[in-house]
Design a protein around this ligand. Sequence first.
Ligand code: HEC
Length: 468
Amino acid sequence: MKPIATIRTIGHFLAVSLLAYPAVLFAQEAELDFDYFKNEVQPIFLAKRDGNVRCIQCHTRSSGFRIQALQEHQLFWSDEQSQMNYESAIQYVLAGEDPLKSRFLTHPLSVDAGGDPFHGGGKHFHSQFDPEWRIMADWVAGAKTRREPSEIAVRIIQTNAAGDDSTVIDPATNEVVGRITDIEIPHGVVGAPGGSQVYITNEAMHSLDIVDARTLRVKRRIPLSGRPNNVAVTSDGKKVYVAIMEMPGSVDIIDVASMSNVKTLPVNGAIHNVYVTPDSRYAVAGSIQTRTINVIDTRTDEVAWELEMSSGIRPMTFDTKADGSTKNIFVQLSGFHGFAVVDFDKRQEVARIEHPAVPGEEAHLDGLQGAPAHGLAVSPDGKTLWSTSKVYSHVYIHSLPDLKEIGRVFVGQHPEWITFTPDGKRVYIGAAGDHVTYSVDAEKMEAIAMIPVGQVPKRVATVLMALD
Ligand code: HEC
């Protein structure tokens, strides 16, 4: 049952100034949609904005606009609580009217931007084009779903393993264009294929955090069965697989549409990294503790086969056959300075490549955490395999399928994960020891920028992000 508040506005015209947000021009009969309020507006009450207290910190005790308190470890409101929040919020809303007539919208909005003079909770939004304020204004105007983005762009997201943030980089300029905050110990990151949101595993709260691409705020934290490591998404965007780094071992499967953790699949060993194969037919999960690669069938979400290797499973990547199915798994192993090759059909190791020392380069043996080589990626055209060495501060480039070394690039202290831009022209590598992300020209095989990011950058991913 959906509670609905309706107000008719007859022949309502508004003189629009350049400052004003024009949502009202489209509203003839506005309904205050409950699902939109629940999933899009409510996250704003939980979000931490720089310099502001979260709305929920004050309004659980308010006699006016009242937000239901969350129990300890409760990460989001139940439907019943959401309904109570909704009923309280609509007291301060004039549906379909000029947004500046709703106290709900004017109270947290700066005076300069059209807000009212005083809010005991301070001013949270400084423009009517603030993406969070727009979400609220669209709700007041009758929105049932988020508006379509006018622009979607490629972004590189670098999570900072010892930071409380993730850095958003524009690969067209190599500039930092945003920061995702409020996730302490972000681990892995992947993007929704359509660009609406990104998924970041939160080691501190044991949650999968959904980050809205347009606001860069955490939109929902989904409770996990244990402490997470890396994360992967299917190419249709419907399912997210989360590595749970706790024995005896599991992978949590998240249904994106309902934003819920629908299955905790037992696997062999605590899982460090999980990947979805390029054809999305399998999720491949590796354990350091049991040295096992677990291959999960994504149609049944059951383990299809497993393979024990000589030592712990570190980063993996894949190449494909002409039909798009998986040909090999390339895998880095604990204590091995290079990578192994596993034939996907034969389900066995078929080759091993050790990276040679780099003449003149001092070997780093401190702080390797058991993994001398810890970053692997295949170029989008399938012609090269890139593998980082923490020992020699280089990325080694091999041709495929013959696995001949064709080049090396210095990429800073303790280089880690690797990601390509979709056009294959740029490679981004987190240099954990230098607190920068390297941008490498893939064709020339030379570093072209060192982008300052946060503390100990490791996991890095290429995503699409809706900008507006
Ligand atoms: C630091 C505490 C604090 C925070 C944070 C805070 N508020 Fe308030 N809010 C108040 C107080 C106190 C009042 C009552 C006095 C007033 O009208 O300003 C109030 C009033 C309101 C009102 C008018 C209805 C009422 O209860 O009187 C609305 C609507 C409102 N706040 C929305 C918000 C929203 C939305 C946020 C987050 C974006 C927020 N507030 C954050 C303290 C806070």
